[in-house]
Design a binder for this molecule. Structure first.
Ligand code: BES
Ligand code: MN
Ligand code: ZN
Length: 501
């Protein structure tokens, strides 16, 4: 998937030779500085149109003006922003996505946008540029490789220029665009992996995709069935028993930081299709369970972005990948499994398989002595009920890490919201016959799943992102087409960038 060119420039709107120049229009038909400047350069050329503008600048509304005298562009698009005081980086990102799609549909090939001059509380020009660039790149993502007739626009958008007020900020804005490019590239990669169907995106396929990321700074090991047996990843093997496809265990080591610096471990659930196994799921929307590997896709997306940014940190990636099927050898309710770290697990429901494969992945990661562990998993339907698609569930054993991730979620727009992990919840996963059981009852399902995971991370600072509600979106949004969203990539990339500086 190729991405269009985005750059920054200091200059006046009326001088731009682009197909389209986008100017913001605020509530009450007020212009922002570049619009005011253009008004004086064009002898108040916009005034007649502003009178006719009957939407009064409501958020997302547009008015197009062709060949305005005194300007060099084909058209000016006045873009309604609404009440500037209510603007956030997330809204700015969505607005950029919305207008980009509309312009591409209308045949614009090159556009200049005067959007960084909008006031967003607490945001610098660079923050705004990053959000706008992400909005543009993410909104243009499509997944149509399986459509016989290409849906590609005949004249796709080729470039976007962010017009900024001061030349002095060009350097910082350029770096912000670099971050946005790497983040978007990581997100789009994660989306591609998520959108692949289960018959293509098998554990072996995920292993190949991970291996293809390897370079001199990124070492990738892909363990097959026999090596998984030798390693003793017995919980992963148990879930794999019912599947015709062999499992894979993927370990990535990115060395961008100091030699000897303990890495941050990123652990992902790579369940390439979750039928529920013997505790089979209902048929409705079962197709969506191809997205059950989106945790691993987020991990791979972050490694891709880290590489592209030359992130100055060491990272360890650990992905456990299998299908959850009900073949003749499938694991069964009542089975007892001994995980990699020796903990015994009573299986009460084979559909609570994510926590089982993560048990081995987390224990393996913890053994590598990382500074912190962050895991990504489409773990519980309960999280979809609790938070919907607006935020990932955020749990863990370390308040400082949780707070930092919450902050990065807010800053990146890839949001996460904390849920408590009081000791009392651990009671719910006590087993009569083994150390723990794999379900904790109907109450607090997202929390008891995290309690299960907590048994495998030791004492290390650990955070868990339940992306069950955020990893895919079948309605689509201004910045994500229907399907996988790449949730988790921008959030944790933001966290890694902050912790590196
Ligand atoms: N992959 C699912 C969680 C899921 C469900 C994600 C719906 C997104 C949408 C997971 O493996 C699962 O099946 N969890 C069960 C656990 C239950 C049996 C305790 C669930 O949430 O229903
Ligand atoms: Mn399941
Ligand atoms: Zn699952």
């Amino acid at each position: 998937m190729s991405m269009i060119t985005i750059n920054a420039r200091a200059g006046n709107a009326e001088k731009q030779h682009h197909d389209t120049v986008v100017l913001p229009l605020l509530d009450g038909r007020n212009l922002t500085p570049s619009g005011i400047q253009l008004q004086s350069a064009t002898n108040n050329g916009l005034t007649a149109y502003l009178r006719k503008f009957d939407t009064s600048g409501a958020f997302g509304e547009t008015l197009t003006i062709y060949k305005l005298e005194g300007t060099n562009c084909e058209r000016i698009v006045l873009l309604g922003v609404g009440d500037e005081k209510k603007l956030t980086l997330a809204k700015l990102r969505n607005l950029a996505g919305k207008i980009t799609r509309q312009l591409q549909k209308g045949g614009t090939r090159s556009v200049a946008l005067c959007l960084t001059e909008l006031n967003v509380r607490g945001a610098s020009t660079s923050d705004k540029a990053r959000a706008i660039a992400e909005g543009i790149w993410l909104s243009l993502y499509t997944f149509d490789k399986y459509k016989s007739e290409a849906k590609e626009p005949a004249r796709p958008l080729k470039s976007a220029t962010l017009l900024i007020e001061s030349r002095r900020e060009l350097g910082a804005v350029g770096r912000a665009i670099d971050v946005a490019r790497a983040a978007s590239s990581g997100v789009c990669f994660a989306r591609d992996l998520g959108n692949e169907p289960g018959n293509i995106c098998t554990p072996a396929f995920l292993g190949e995709q991970a291996a293809a990321l390897a370079d001199d700074k990124l070492q990738v090991e892909v363990f097959g069935q026999q090596e998984i047996e030798e390693l003793g990843l017995t919980a992963l093997l148990a879930v794999n028993q019912g599947s015709a496809h062999d499992a894979r265990f993927i370990v990535l080591r990115y060395n961008g930081g100091q030699e000897g610096e303990a890495p941050i471990a990123l652990v992902g659930k790579g369940l390439t299709f979750d039928s529920g196994g013997i505790s089979i799921k209902p048929a409705a929307q079962m197709d969506e369970m191809k997205f059950d590997m989106c945790g691993s896709a987020a991990v791979l997306g972050i490694f891709k972005a880290a590489k592209e940014l030359a992130l100055p940190r060491n990272l360890l990636g650990v992905i456990a990948s299998t299908e959850n099927m009900s073949g003749a050898a499938a694991y069964k309710p009542g089975d007892i499994i001994t995980a990699y770290n020796g903990t015994t697990i009573e299986v009460q429901n084979t559909d609570a398989e994510g926590r089982i494969i993560l048990a081995d992945a987390l224990a393996y990661a913890a053994e590598q002595n990382p500074a912190q562990i962050i895991d990504f998993a489409t773990l519980t339907g309960a999280c979809v009920i609790a938070l919907g698609g607006q935020a990932s569930g955020l749990l863990g054993n370390d308040d400082k890490l949780t707070r930092a991730l919450k902050k990065s979620g807010d800053a990146s727009g890839d949001r996460a919201w904390p849920l408590p992990m009081y000791d009392e919840y651990q009671e719910q996963i006590k087993s009569n016959i083994a150390d723990i059981k794999n379900i904790g009852g109907r109450e607090a399902g997202t929390i008891t799943a995290a309690c299960f995971l907590s048994r495998f991370v030791g004492k290390r600072p650990w955070a868990h992102l339940d992306i069950a509600g955020t990893a895919w979106n079948m309605k689509g949004s201004d910045t994500a087409t229907k399907g996988a969203t790449g949730a988790g990539v921008r959030l944790v990339l933001d966290y890694l960038l902050r912790s590196a500086s």
